[in-house]
Design a protein around this ligand. Sequence first.
Ligand SMILES: C[S@@+](CC[C@H](N)C(=O)[O-])C[C@H]1O[C@@H](n2cnc3c(N)ncnc32)[C@H](O)[C@@H]1O
Length: 179
Amino acid sequence: MVELAREKARNMGVDANILLADARSFRLPKPFDVVTCLFGTLGYLHEDDEVESFFRNTFNNLRDGGLFIFDFPSFEFFKTHGVKPSVLEGEKDDLKSIRVSLPKFNLETRFLTLLFKCIIYKDRELIDLFEETHELRTFDSLEIQSFLEESSFHVVEFLEAGESVYVTVVARKLEASPD
Ligand SMILES: C[S@@+](CC[C@H](N)C(=O)[O-])C[C@H]1O[C@@H](n2cnc3c(N)ncnc32)[C@H](O)[C@@H]1O
């Protein structure tokens, strides 16, 4: 994946430094203006101390006043709407993929379990068939607000694009107060 991203950047003439690291502990050589973390990645941090490490680490990699933009799987969404199976299809050149998603949501643990069954065809011939299970923690806005405040972030906005499985958050690293 990382090599593919580097190749894409090269082909587009984009000068990007693409690194692979753990969100809970990576350290960059200089602070950045913005950190983003999207498409449900927060759900892979199952324990409170993992979320706290990630937020604290993000704080340390941002300049004062910098923005942290991320999303999280929404407990409210799954509580209200439940889950249902879905199918996602993709095609590129002579390849075709089909992903059948069989989700379960546990109201007590607040975890979403996604079983993916994936089928890959090349020239209409079956070349791969595999399964993956993803366990995602869901969150509510109050929990997220409290994690952010503990890490000295100020919440700018919670963005809920209508009926979305993810809630997007914009938070700001508070300016260091002048001595
Ligand atoms: C649902 S995917 C999100 C895709 C990605 N954000 C994108 O824009 O394409 C979740 C990703 O989070 C990564 N991930 C899970 N735990 C992580 C951690 N502690 N540090 C960094 N990445 C992590 C997984 O490897 C996976 O690639």
